[in-house]
Design a protein around this ligand. Structure first.
Ligand SMILES: NC(=O)c1ccc[n+]([C@@H]2O[C@H](COP(=O)([O-])OP(=O)(O)OC[C@H]3O[C@@H](n4cnc5c(N)ncnc54)[C@H](OP(=O)(O)O)[C@@H]3O)[C@@H](O)[C@H]2O)c1
Length: 320
């Protein structure tokens, strides 16, 4: 299968390495890559890990028409408010009957219903497993393993960068030091204020609600509080009382409809939610038939995000 990448940063490069390492079993080929500042590269025989970029395609439409790929992988920078330009990239691919995979939560958080309707109309697949838990299966898990189950709500520890920053501050370091740690791991958003102000987690909460609870939410519908006003002293005081502060995302069906929230909460050190430290993620799904189910990933990194894209790609290949 011929694959076109829109974006070639941390995730794109990890995905290209993974495809290279699995090529003998899964002969997928990256035939085109489009970036914002580095230009565009094409080779129908397959591009190397370090392709030579030429002049940038004039538009996403020109890129897709020249790439002639079976699958487009959208992995550009997150824009939590509106999801552009990724929404337009995905619409352009679906409009050309190209399957789409994305790790970019912006489009799922802002335009999931519209994009999945476009995919249905074009009779192609639209997959996004890596958008919320860095490749750990949530959406595929529910779709494949929980038929007939209704998701009533969720509780999630979903933003790694905020946790890494809080953990650094608990050790007496500054917020800026914590951001640097997350950037070294390649997990901070290009604009880390999206992590610290809760936008990343709000986008994930909206994405979960849209896909699993049939909501029409956007990140702006999420009651949101970031970690900007928390000080190292607050965290050190809490630690002395065996408590910790964690950014938690919640979704619940209340009397007035669906309520979505993201905010730092204080929990006991022994609380299940406190177990998701470092870059670990945890999601509890509250269901009608299966009680509460937990999914946890221990310190996932960019290679796991790449795996989520790969798993979606294999699924699409199997469906053809
Ligand atoms: N990193 C993670 O661990 C992780 C985990 C889960 C999900 N994600 C999501 O995956 C996506 C990519 O993350 P990343 O860490 O790879 O980001 P990144 O390193 O900042 O790379 C972003 C890439 O997108 C390109 N780009 C930006 N705007 C573009 C546009 N308008 N047209 C074409 N290309 C454009 C950039 O081009 P230039 O190279 O020219 O700047 C760059 O190649 C984000 O949406 C992020 O939220 C990341």
């Amino acid at each position: 299968m011929r694959v076109a990448l829109i974006g070639y940063g941390n995730v794109g490069k990890a995905f290209a390495r993974l495809l290279g390492s699995k090529h003998s079993s899964y002969p997928f080929r990256i035939v085109a890559i489009h970036t914002a500042r580095h230009g565009t590269a094409y080779d129908s025989r397959g591009l190397s890990l370090h392709p030579e970029f030429g002049a940038p395609a004039a538009s996403i439409e020109e890129f897709l028409d020249r790439a002639r790929a079976d699958v487009a992988v959208e992995i550009t920078t997150l824009n939590p408010e509106g999801g552009e330009p990724a929404v337009s990239h995905i619409k352009a691919a679906l409009g050309r009957h190209i399957h789409v995979i994305t790790a970019n939560k912006g489009p799922i958080a802002n335009a999931y219903a519209e994009l999945s309707a476009d995919a249905k109309m074009a009779q192609v697949e639209f997959r996004f497993e890596s958008t919320v838990m860095d490749g750990t299966p949530i959406f595929n898990n529910v779709r494949n393993n929980l038929p007939g189950v209704k998701i009533l709500g969720f509780t999630g520890v979903l933003n790694s960068t905020s946790k890494i920053v809080l953990a650094a501050m608990k050790r007496g370091l500054s917020l800026a030091d914590g951001i640097k740690e997350a950037q070294t791991l390649g997990i901070a958003e290009a604009d880390p204020s999206y992590d610290l102000e809760g936008w990343d987690a709000a986008a994930k909460a909206a994405a979960i609600a849209n896909v699993l609870m049939d909501a029409r939410a956007t990140p702006s519908d999420v009651e949101r509080r970031g970690i900007g006003d928390i000080t190292p002293d607050d965290l050190i005081d809490l630690a002395q009382n065996h408590k910790t502060m964690i950014p938690i995302a919640r979704g619940e069906l209340a009397a007035g409809g669906l309520r979505l929230q993201v905010r730092p909460e204080v929990v006991d050190d022994t609380d299940l939610l406190a177990g998701a430290s470092g870059s670990s993620n945890l999601l509890l799904l509250h269901t009608d038939l299966m009680g509460t189910i937990g999914i946890i990933s221990i310190n996932p990194g960019v290679d796991q995000t790449a795996y989520g894209l790969f798993s979606d790609l294999i699924d699409i290949a199997k469906s053809l």
